[in-house]
Design a protein around this ligand. Structure first.
Ligand code: ATP
Ligand code: MG
Length: 313
């Protein structure tokens, strides 16, 4: 099946010469939730802006629903709902009009029942006659979401929808996202909260310095997180992992003083007892043992700092 969003070698160099996207390739399946993680300045908003037609890519090609975002801008844009990172609302407009206006902009027929449903789900119904400048920051964020949903988009982009919002809105947002996914909407969100990505995303992409470092099923990433390491400090230095231990998933640290054994924490047999006895047979004497578990947070930090790039997409 054709991907809903196809990104092929997308590049963006801003007018000043800054290269914000250095060739990003990614296909986003219809109906999936993809979370983009990455530090400040990684290029997340730039990528979204290029997909949504707010910025023109300087290289590569992007299609949404099969439509090129530059050559067929209107067709592509019509399929997209965008919740931008920055609040950009008319301060003196009323909530109801703001949302209805957006639906109209996209050429959708008036459907007040639909808009009422959206406003109710976002707990904005009571505020429908309030002016934007009478709303709190979190409420303004809800209005942005209502606007993005007002024209029933097939693809929804949420650029840090839960930055600075309270727990309640975060929960509401997750619920709305789950509901939209159930209806077949494709959702791409950026977040700085790893737990959030874990909780709602089917796949997680990590972006840093304009490059996509990894895209992986959340479950697979979690399985990786389940990996645990046994660090074995040796009483004498080794030059290489001894042949007698080649059957184990062992790595020798560069200095030759530590063997690292990676095992699956959830496996019935960790193989540690077997390893210990094999080491004894091989005449290797150990000085100390430590276990270490890598978290998604660590995997993320390592990736972003370029220390662990073997999983790169
Ligand atoms: N209009 C612009 N002109 C020049 N440089 C820009 C422009 N917009 C963004 N940049 C630069 O591109 C890089 C990527 O910015 P971008 O906003 O895409 O990052 P981000 O991943 O969304 O970060 P954050 O997590 O802070 O939102 C940054 O170095 C930024 O300064
Ligand atoms: Mg951003």
């Amino acid at each position: 099946m054709q991907a809903m969003v196809e990104i092929a070698d997308a590049r963006k160099t801003y007018a000043g010469g800054f290269e914000a996207l250095k060739g990003v390739s990614l296909d986003i399946r219809k109906g999936e939730i993809l979370a983009l993680l990455g530090p400040n300045g990684a290029g997340k908003t730039t990528l979204i802006s290029c997909i949504c037609g707010l910025a023109v890519p300087t290289g590569g090609a992007i299609r949404v629903g099969g439509h090129d975002v530059v050559d067929e801008y209107r067709r592509a844009r019509n399929l997209i709902g965008l919740v931008p990172q920055e609040v950009n609302l008319e301060p003196f407009e009323r909530v109801w009009n703001t949302v209805r206006f957006t639906r109209g902009l996209f050429g959708r027929p008036r459907d007040d029942a639909r808009l009422e449903d959206i406003l109710r789900r976002l707990s904005l119904w009571d505020k429908r006659d309030a002016k934007i400048n009478e709303l709190s920051g979190g409420m303004k964020r809800r209005v942005l979401i209502a606007k993005a949903l007002s024209h029933d988009p097939e693809v929804l982009f949420l650029d840090e929808p839960t930055a600075g919002v309270d727990v309640e809105l975060r929960r509401d947002m997750w619920e709305i996202v789950a509901g939209l996914k159930a209806q077949g909407t494709t959702i791409i969100l950026t977040t700085h909260y790893i737990e959030e990505a874990e909780a709602i995303a089917d796949r997680i992409g990590v972006i840093a310095r304009g490059e996509l470092l990894l895209v992986e099923e959340t479950a697979a990433l979690m399985a990786r997180m389940g990996r645990k390491e046994l660090r074995i400090e040796l009483s004498s230095r080794l030059d290489a992992v001894p042949a007698a231990l080649s059957g184990f998933d062992l790595a020798l640290e560069e200095d030759g003083w530590t063997l690292v054994y990676a095992y699956d924490r959830s496996a019935e047999r960790t193989g540690i007892a077997r390893l210990m006895s094999a080491m004894g047979d091989a005449g290797i004497v150990l000085r100390d043992l430590r276990t270490h578990q890598s978290s998604l947070e660590e995997i993320f930090v390592d990736l972003v700092h370029g220390e662990r790039s073997e999983g790169a997409a």
